[in-house]
Design a protein around this ligand. Structure first.
Ligand SMILES: *Cc1c(COP(=O)(O)O)cnc(C)c1O
Length: 397
């Protein structure tokens, strides 16, 4: 059976070009990049070449790129590092209610254990942050603002340049979790106006367990990991050479294909949505009508549970997701949909389809067919779903 993967926001398969670039570092290129001998120096050169590729994708200087162990680590490093280094300036940090848990839980930790005051900005029904609300939230004691570039559950893209301007005027550091945006949207750090930006390799067809953090020159930041002088004293520990080379290769490939892939994925997504809308009653689309990641579609199927649909899809070889991978399995409704004002019972029937390089039109059509059958069957069993024949909610025959 052909497997149809529609969960690229959770992770992506490693591209063959990326794997081939990585393999030597699990073989002959095993030297320690800090060693003086040529075996070490060769690995060092490959790491620095990779740093240049990531810097090019970000339009920054290579010295401003710090390699980390994940997107999650980059977020932790940016937020905790900025707070610890700027404690003398204030005790207040701002983010949004729709961030990834890597940001949300870091904020909660700082609030609980370091007496840092936190503000979580709301969003409108499309998932957009209001710049005026940010202006009102900033005070004399604000150290840092963190707003994601694009949301991982619904795909909404935030107006980063405008938010960054507000931060700059108030002399507040601005961090963005660009893990979903990097490789899909333009991530020129100068245009975006960020001081700190997080990215991860495994969301762009690179390996898991490696990420990077852009740190604008002159930004005060404490390291989280202490030890040797690796990564210009920003992150101690012998470098993950294979992973870093994989990230550099994936970043370069993604940048070259970004616009063409964006057009292709948008078209595929619209085909999927039109098919769903035409064949399945009582559905609604969550997210922003225009300002959205090209391959992300979030849909609520009323009267049923998302987990049930997921299991039916999986039996037919289709992988999708309810909310983010990290919260699936918990019966908690998505915090993102809740912040957008989606009622709990509707949020619970929501699925995220995130498309990628290998998806085809035929796969979209097949997914619609399987979805229509699964949803109809689950609604037949649901005591609250309207009967197709009479259409009265709440009545079961
Ligand atoms: C996946 C993701 C992360 C976490 O990245 P990891 O490399 O998996 O730790 C953080 N933020 C967003 C928006 C993500 O989608």
């Amino acid at each position: 059976m052909e497997y149809i993967y529609l969960d690229h926001s959770a992770t992506t398969p490693v591209r063959d070009e990326v794997l081939q670039a990585m393999l030597p570092f699990y073989g002959p290129e095993f030297g320690n990049p800090s060693s003086i001998h040529s075996l070490g120096r060769e690995v060092r050169q490959s790491i620095e070449a990779s740093r240049e590729k990531v810097a090019k994708a970000l339009n920054c200087d290579p010295s401003e790129v710090v390699f980390t162990g994940s997107g999650t680590e980059s977020d932790n490093q940016a937020i905790k590092g900025a707070v610890f280094a700027n404690r003398d300036r204030g005790d207040h940090i701002i983010t949004t209610k729709i961030e990834h848990h890597a940001v949300l839980h870091t904020f909660e930790y700082l609030q609980k254990h370091f007496n840092i005051r936190t503000t979580f900005l709301g969003v409108d029904r499309h998932g957009l942050v209001d710049p005026e609300e940010l202006k009102r939230a900033i005070n004399q004691k604000t150290i840092l603002v963190s707003v994601m570039q694009a949301n991982n559950e619904v795909g909404t893209i935030q107006p980063l340049p405008e938010l960054a301007n507000i931060c700059r005027e108030n002399k507040v550091l601005f961090h963005s979790d660009a893990v979903q945006a990097f490789g899909k949207l333009e991530t020129d750090v100068k245009t975006l106006g960020v001081d700190l930006l997080s990215l991860s390799a495994h969301k762009i067809y690179g390996p898991k367990g490696v990420g990077a953090l852009y740190v604008k020159k002159g930004t005060r930041l404490h390291p989280l990991i202490h030890g040797g002088g690796h990564e210009r004293n920003r992150r101690a520990g012998t470098e993950n050479a294979a992973g870093i080379v994989g990230l550099g290769t994936a970043a370069e490939l993604a940048a070259g294909e970004r616009l063409a892939q964006g057009d292709r994925l948008s078209a595929l997504r619209e085909r999927l949505w039109q098919g769903i809308k035409k064949n399945i009653p009582h559905v609604r689309r969550n997210g922003h009508p225009e300002k959205s990641l090209p391959g992300t579609l979030n849909v609520s199927f009323e009267y049923i549970e998302g987990e049930g649909i997921l299991l039916s899809l999986d039996m037919k070889g289709i992988a999708a997701s309810s909310g983010s991978a990290c919260t699936s399995g918990s019966l908690e409704p998505s915090h993102v949909l809740a912040a957008m004002g989606v009622p709990t019972e509707i949020a619970q029937g929501s699925l995220r389809f995130s498309l990628g390089r290998d998806n085809t039109e035929q796969q979209m059509d097949y997914a619609v067919e399987v979805l229509a059958q699964a949803v109809a069957r689950l609604r037949e069993m649901s005591p609250i779903a309207p009967r197709p024949s009479c259409g009265i909610a709440g009545k079961s025959s």
